[in-house]
Ligand binder design. Sequence first.
Ligand code: SAH
Ligand code: SF4
Length: 360
Amino acid sequence: MVENLLNFDAQHLTAWFAAMGEKPFRARQVLRWIHRAGEPDFDAMTDLAASLRGKLKETACVLAPNVMREELSEDGTRKWLLDAGTGNAVETVFIPETGRGTLCVSTQAGCALDCAFCSTGKQGFNRNLGVAEIIGQLWLANREIGRDADGLWPVSNVVLMGMGEPLLNFDNTVSALHLMLDDNAYGLSRRRVTVSTSGIVPAMDRLRDECPVALAVSLHAPNDALRNVLVPINRKYPLRELMAACQRYLECAPRDFITFEYVMLEGVNDSTGDARELIALVRDVPCKFNLIPFNPFPQAPYRRSGTDAVRRFRDVLMQADIVTTTRKVRGDDIAAACGQLAGQVQDKTRKTHRVMEVRA
Ligand code: SAH
Ligand code: SF4
């Protein structure tokens, strides 16, 4: 079997090399070629013995997902549609800003959690992405854009805010995170890598223990009654448990605050009363708020809150000394904004639902 070496973090690559009778430093060299140099061709790995290069050519490859389509927004945002096999595609978005470049990475084809305002959720779940498909998004984006004049790769920050719930694809996500942080691979600081979760409480604890990085939690509602509707996983992990998990996370996190994401839905969760209720909810969790203007998609049942409502909401939070930012909408013209990533997903969840409906 030919192994795709993009599937291996340092630990797995070292084990694979050991099984071939090769020393750990060889694994480090290859890791550096693949991720730091962006080199997929074993022949170009000139500091490896010719015999090892020959062996690698027979048994391994470096294969990122195929780019099916690339789109460039007027504001410089770029989106790639990547082939995830068997009729599925996922999306990756690069957002250039002064002094940094953020890559928004997908972790699943579709998502099973079905949040009411999310276009990915509306498609249902197809499958988890493999490590090569997750880290391959970073590998590809760097190579597609190329190094800058100082020889630096363009991606300085990664957010796992694309399609899917990263903490429900835990092992593959953590292996990809290890590569992002590894000095022999991308060498990003833990503060520049953010996992966004809808609040999978036990997996938040595991992430803290196994690979703490910056954490964003999709809150979207100030009480359980509304959050049960907007973010259905809340029925399993309600707000009290979620707030406690946030506090536990902060005990060993690289940042001393949680970022709460809050999508602004007109007339649903955007009143000043909602903002006041939020203040009470997060009282014991050091946090910042990121207000996200709702990004519509076909058949979306919500509207974006008006700018005045967003401003009033923000002011209430700020008066309670909670740092609050409003996310700029980027890549709107190419449907690359938050929650618009759709790709193409063969919807297994819904098929199952349909079968169940027919049987019932
Ligand atoms: N599943 C994870 C990460 C992917 S979603 C999570 O839910 O956190 C990334 C962010 O986009 C989340 O905060 C999500 O709530 C938000 N989002 C989803 N749909 C959106 C939409 N239509 N408009 C604005 N933000 C949206
Ligand atoms: Fe899944 Fe996140 Fe979308 Fe909810 S918001 S359906 S968890 S991708």
